[in-house]
Design a protein around this ligand. Structure first.
Ligand code: FEO
Length: 399
């Protein structure tokens, strides 16, 4: 049975949901699943915008057949070659051999890398500035390299003023029949996952996302059709603003995110005391995470949200506690910048993690590390209440 929806009079959503997937990219937990969006445009010529992941092949072809209602497909536009969207290209071309594949030069090259497929006479190479006319629709192609792979194109439909945005403006989380942003409570149901998706998958490429936003600003966009998650047809500015902040590495909220490692619970006790001290002083947006128990992708999402980070870490083998080391490596890889950081270290023999974390933070851009650091020997004792107060106080002063 098909599960398709109308986007406009002649555009159909023929995408699929995957709620069986455990790890997206075999890396990121997706407890709410993920959608692979694909769009069918029934104009004089029929165009399909991208395919779906291999896990959804059967549903995809059922949707497609229902949407086509006996018609065939003239063009397949490949915006992005990552297999969560491109896995079904070969099968699609076998079923509909008359299709012309419309893609960037790099994407066409990647098709050859992934598939044993002869595209001679069946492909149309396009680049920024090129257009594809299908009758009443004209699609303008815009290059979006590294959002999130080098071959990416997005396309703008002149008729409906729709931006087919590839991975940009996408989110984790399956679609529950409700495919439009105004049919869901996006902030409650999707925002944390959208941020996590952005930060972990596209986070490194803030500069390139800024480039795409600048190009998009020159277009009259009434709707955004991404490859994952809800379609945006209202409040576009609200979500574009989130993307703008994330890609400039500006904090989204004034918030304190406490990231701690704790081997036997002593560092954890210290951060609980700190959280109480911060709340006593009036802080409200506080979140505390055990780095050993929280998935790295959730931590990265929270780091993109918050203005202030507290890093509290035991010394382990004379160095940084491994889960924290891992987090710092990922922060650097994803280009985390512009955060205010307070450092707390712990050590029973010799506390040495603070200095090493400081070095790692210095490798990131515009990280303001607060002067007062708290160095613990095994446990925070009541006689150090003054130190804790000062430590919390400096966070409040900058919040
Ligand atoms: Fe949804 Fe980069 O693929």
């Amino acid at each position: 049975m098909q599960s398709i929806r109308k986007v406009t009079e002649d555009i159909l959503w023929v995408g699929c949901n995957d709620r069986r997937i455990t790890l997206f990219e075999n890396l990121f937990p997706v407890p709410k699943g993920v959608s692979y969006n694909s769009y069918l445009i029934l104009d004089e010529k029929v165009t399909l915008m991208d395919t779906v992941d291999a896990s959804a092949t059967e549903q995809f072809f059922e949707n497609l057949e229902a949407g086509l209602a006996g018609r065939s497909i003239d063009y397949l536009v490949v915006h992005h070659m990552e297999p969560d969207h491109a896995a079904n290209i070969k099968l699609l071309l076998e079923k509909y051999p008359e299709i012309q594949v419309v893609a960037s030069a790099k994407a066409l090259q990647m098709i050859g890398q992934f598939f044993d497929l002869d595209l001679s006479g069946r492909s149309m190479e396009v680049k920024e500035g090129d257009t594809l006319s299908t009758g009443s629709h004209t699609f303008h192609f815009v290059a979006a390299p590294m959002v999130h792979w080098p071959e990416v194109l997005v396309s703008y439909d002149e008729k409906e003023k729709i931006l087919f945005s590839a991975d940009a403006f996408g989110t984790f989380g399956a679609l529950n029949g409700t495919i439009f942003n105004d049919e869901v409570d996006f902030e409650r149901e999707y925002l944390a996952d959208a941020r996590r998706y952005y930060a972990n998958i596209v986070g490194k490429y803030g500069m390139q996302v800024q480039g795409l936003l600048k190009k998009a600003a020159g277009l009259d966009i009434q709707m955004i059709c991404p490859l994952h998650g809800p379609i945006w047809r209202t409040d576009l500015g609200w979500f574009i603003d989130k993307y703008d902040k994330w890609s400039r590495y500006e904090p989204e909220e004034k918030a304190v995110v406490v990231l701690y490692g704790s081997i036997y619970g002593h560092t954890e006790q210290a951060v609980n005391a700190l959280a109480c001290a911060l709340a006593e002083k009036g802080a409200r947006n506080i979140a505390v995470y055990d780095v050993s128990r929280t998935h790295l992708s959730d931590l990265i999402g929270e780091i993109f949200r918050a203005s202030h980070l507290v890093i509290a870490c035991p010394t382990y083998n004379g160095g940084i506690y491994p889960p924290m080391e891992n987090l710092l490596t990922d922060m650097k890889a994803l280009s985390v910048q512009k955060r205010t950081v307070a450092l707390m270290e712990n050590g029973t023999w010799a506390a040495a993690s603070g200095k090493q974390i400081l070095k790692r933070l210095e490798e990131m851009k515009e990280m303001l590390v607060l002067e007062e650091q708290l160095s613990l020997k095994s446990a925070l004792k009541p006689e150090r209440a003054g130190d804790l107060e000062r430590f919390a106080g400096q966070i409040m002063e900058t919040l």
